[in-house]
Design a protein around this ligand. Structure first.
Ligand code: SAH
Length: 315
C-alpha cells in the first residue's frame, strides 16, 4: 500500500466483559481507543461512554443486529476503523456471527483489504460463576432461552439432553418482558432428570451497579427475580452450596481423599493414574463382565450399539 491510497478499514468485534471497567481487557480498551467509529446497543455504548470522546458513535436497538454489521462494513469500506461492541464476549450470543454473515455475503474473505479482529471478553457465564464460587469446575454448557431466532422444540430438546447428561448449565436470556414462560418450562424439563434440591444461582447485572445474587434450588428457581440481565446457573448432581458458595467438584468418583493436607488415593486407585472407571478400565470391566450389550447399556445409560461396537473390537 502506498501513501496515495487510503488505508483500508478495519472491523473490531470487541467484547466488553460484564460492564465494569476493571473487567474490560487492555486490548478491548485499546481497540476502542483505536476506533474512529463505535457501534453498539445503547446500553453497551453507555458502559464505555467515557472512552468515546471525539469518536463517531452509532447507537442501535437490540433488534438491529444486521444493520449494525452492515453499517460497520460501510464504514470500514470508507477506510474507517470500526469497533462493534458487545457485552461479555462478542462471539457468545453476540455480534460476531451476524457480522461474518454480512461480510461473507458481501464477498469478503480473510485476504480482503478490510481486516477483522475479534477481541475476546469474559462472557456472562465466566463473570457470573466468579461471583458465586466455583460452579463450572466440571463439564458445563450454555443454553439461551430466547425463542426469537430458535424454535422452542430445539431449545427444549437441548435442555432435556443436557439435564439428562448431567451438565452444569448456564441459561442466557432466561426471561424478558414478553418471554416469561420459558424459564418455567426449562425448570420443568430439568426436574424430570434432576433432584429438586439441585443448587441454582441467579445472577443479575453482574459487576454492574444493580448487581444481585440469589442462591436457590431447582424446585424454587422460577419464583426468583429473573430478568433480561440475569444469568441462571444450574448445578449438576454433585454441585453443593457451602458457606454461601456454589461449588461443583472437579471429580465425580472422587479420586483423592484429602487428609492432613496430604493427597491419598482412594481404595484401588493410584496417584496420578486415571481412574479404573476411565476408558481403559471401563472397557476391561465390561469385557470381563461377559454381560450382553443391552444390559450394560441400561446400567451405564449409554446406547447399546455403542457398547456393542466397543465389545466387538479386538482386544
Ligand atoms: N455476549 C454476551 C451475551 C449476550 S446475550 C456474553 O458473552 O455474556 C444477553 C444475556 O447475557 C442476558 O440475557 C444475560 O443472560 C447474560 N448477561 C449479559 N451480561 C450480564 C451481566 N452483567 N450479568 C448477568 N447476566 C448477563
Amino acid at each position: 500500500m502506498n501513501a496515495t491510497q487510503p488505508s483500508a478499514g478495519k472491523i473490531m468485534l470487541v467484547g466488553l466483559g460484564p460492564g465494569s471497567h476493571e473487567h474490560l481487557t487492555a486490548r478491548a480498551r485499546a481497540a476502542i481507543a483505536e476506533a474512529d467509529t463505535v457501534i453498539g446497543y445503547v446500553t453497551y455504548v453507555r458502559l464505555v461512554a467515557d472512552l468515546l470522546d471525539g469518536k463517531e458513535v452509532i447507537r442501535k436497538s437490540m433488534t438491529e443486529e444486521l444493520d449494525r454489521a452492515i453499517e460497520a462494513l460501510d464504514r470500514a469500506r470508507e477506510g474507517k476503523k470500526v469497533a462493534l461492541i458487545s457485552s461479555g464476549d462478542a462471539g457468545v450470543y453476540g455480534m460476531a456471527g451476524p457480522t461474518f454473515e454480512v461480510l461473507f455475503q458481501a464477498g469478503w474473505t480473510p485476504d480482503s483489504a478490510i481486516e477483522v479482529e475479534i477481541v475476546p471478553g469474559a462472557s456472562a457465564l465466566n463473570t457470573c460463576a466468579a461471583l458465586v464460587g466455583a460452579p463450572l469446575t466440571h463439564d458445563f454448557c450454555a443454553i439461551s432461552l430466547s425463542d426469537l431466532l430458535t424454535p422452542w422444540p430445539t431449545i427444549a430438546r437441548r435442555l432435556d439432553a443436557v439435564a439428562y447428561a448431567d451438565f452444569v448449565v448456564a441459561l442466557y436470556n432466561p426471561k424478558s418482558g414478553r418471554r416469561t414462560r420459558q424459564i418455567a418450562e426449562a425448570q420443568r424439563l430439568f426436574l424430570r432428570h434432576r433432584d429438586p434440591q439441585t443448587p441454582v444461582a441467579i445472577i443479575k447485572s453482574a459487576y454492574r451497579p444493580k448487581q444481585r445474587i440469589e442462591l436457590t434450588t431447582l424446585e424454587k428457581m422460577s419464583e426468583a427475580d429473573i430478568g433480561m440481565l440475569t444469568t441462571v446457573l444450574i448445578g449438576n448432581s454433585n454441585t453443593f452450596v457451602q458457606n454461601g458458595l456454589m461449588v461443583t467438584p472437579r471429580g465425580y468418583a472422587n479420586k483423592y481423599a484429602v487428609e492432613d493436607g496430604a493427597r491419598n488415593t482412594r481404595d484401588g486407585e493410584q496417584a496420578g493414574r486415571s481412574l479404573s472407571s476411565g476408558l481403559d478400565g471401563w472397557i476391561e470391566d465390561i469385557r470381563q463382565s461377559g454381560r450382553p450389550a443391552a444390559q450394560l447399556a441400561a446400567e451405564y445409560r449409554l446406547p447399546a450399539d455403542y457398547i456393542a461396537s466397543v465389545l466387538n473390537e479386538p482386544a
